[in-house]
Write a new protein. Structure first.
Length: 328
């Protein structure tokens, strides 16, 4: 049962989603940057309350379940707890989990340094192998990126990993980078974008692919590595293959933003956690204000309705922030 301060919001969110959906819509819940939030349990109750009325097809978590600074065993225990919690928030049990830059653990054994946010592909694969049972999934080996085809709606959801690492086992040297490595970029160009004519693509990653979509203070940290290569490939596919691109969804910045660059809508969604201080400014986007606990603005997530035939993407906000509509 959702708390009294959320009951009216749950009802109005469900009504708004039901009013704009049709039989050909892809309808799902979207949340990001939960960071082991103390309010995650209430968020899941709210998603569950709305799900009882709208029947989300899945829940998309765009990364940063964790904080990156906790030792390995505790981190993996918490990651399993968090993924199970969000799986249980929707009756379908379908959680699509992206890897965030903080979805890792602390390791003090690497080459004279303490390294935070450590994660290996094989470890992430084991923690999220439930995705492979959903059907329509294409994941190359143990890689943390994949796509899922929704045949009825003729939609391909492309889930990218906006971090990669270099590891020298002999010297115990681990380095993590924001961006898309060459192997992922090649897979994106040759496999993920190889969709049927008329297909609608919805791309998502934790960090947006272009530095101008990030914070003003941390542009150098944002995923510039191969970001332009991926967006150029996506734009080329849109223009040459009669493929529709609904949007590129991202989190990480903790801000809401909607901006179209070269015909591709880029949408970022703010953090679910109400108490994370915002220590940076954004070229594009705003931080939802008044995230007071025990009020409706404590929570923040979206119900998403994708209309491939209408070429329309609606994000219906639960809690702090505003609804958004994208025509593509």
């Amino acid at each position: 049962m959702t708390l009294p301060c959320f009951q009216e919001e749950a009802e109005s969110t469900a009504q708004a989603i039901c009013a704009c959906r049709d039989d050909d819509s892809l309808v799902f819940a979207l949340v990001t940057d939960t960071h082991l939030s103390d309010t995650s349990e209430e968020t899941c109750r709210n998603i569950k309350c709305v799900d009882e009325k709208v029947h989300f097809q899945f829940l998309l978590h765009m990364g940063d379940f964790l904080t990156g600074g906790i030792p390995k065993k505790a981190s993996l225990f918490l990651l399993e707890r968090e993924t199970r919690r969000y799986q249980n928030a929707v009756a379908s049990g379908r959680l699509i989990a992206l890897q965030g830059n903080h979805d890792g653990y602390r390791d003090e054994t690497f080459k004279g340094q303490t390294v935070d946010n450590v994660i290996f592909d094989s470890v992430w694969r084991r923690q999220t192998d439930f995705i492979d049972g959903y059907g329509g999934v294409n994941r190359p080996g143990e890689k943390p990126y994949f796509y899922i085809d929704f045949h009825r709606e003729n939609v391909r959801l492309i889930c990218l990993c906006s971090c990669y690492y270099a590891y020298d086992e002999a010297n115990r040297d681990y380095k993590k980078y924001s961006g898309f490595d060459d192997a992922q970029a090649a897979w994106f160009e040759t496999t993920a974008l190889d969709a049927a004519e008329g297909c609608t693509l919805l791309v998502c990653s934790h960090i947006a692919p272009l530095s101008e979509l990030g914070s003003n203070e941390f542009k150098s940290r944002m995923s510039e590595r191969n970001g332009a290569r991926l967006t150029n490939a996506l734009n080329a596919a849109r223009q040459s293959k009669n493929i529709n691109v609904a949007a590129w969804l991202a989190g990480d910045s903790h801000a809401d933003a909607s901006v179209t660059i070269e015909g591709i809508p880029f949408i970022t969604t703010a953090s679910q956690a109400p108490y994370i201080p915002q220590l940076w400014t954004m070229k594009h986007g705003t931080f939802p204000e008044s995230r007071a606990l025990h009020t409706v603005n404590q929570d923040l997530w979206d119900g998403v309705v994708l209309h491939p035939k209408k070429r329309e993407l609606r994000l219906v906000r639960f809690g702090a922030g505003q609804d958004r509509v994208v025509l593509y």
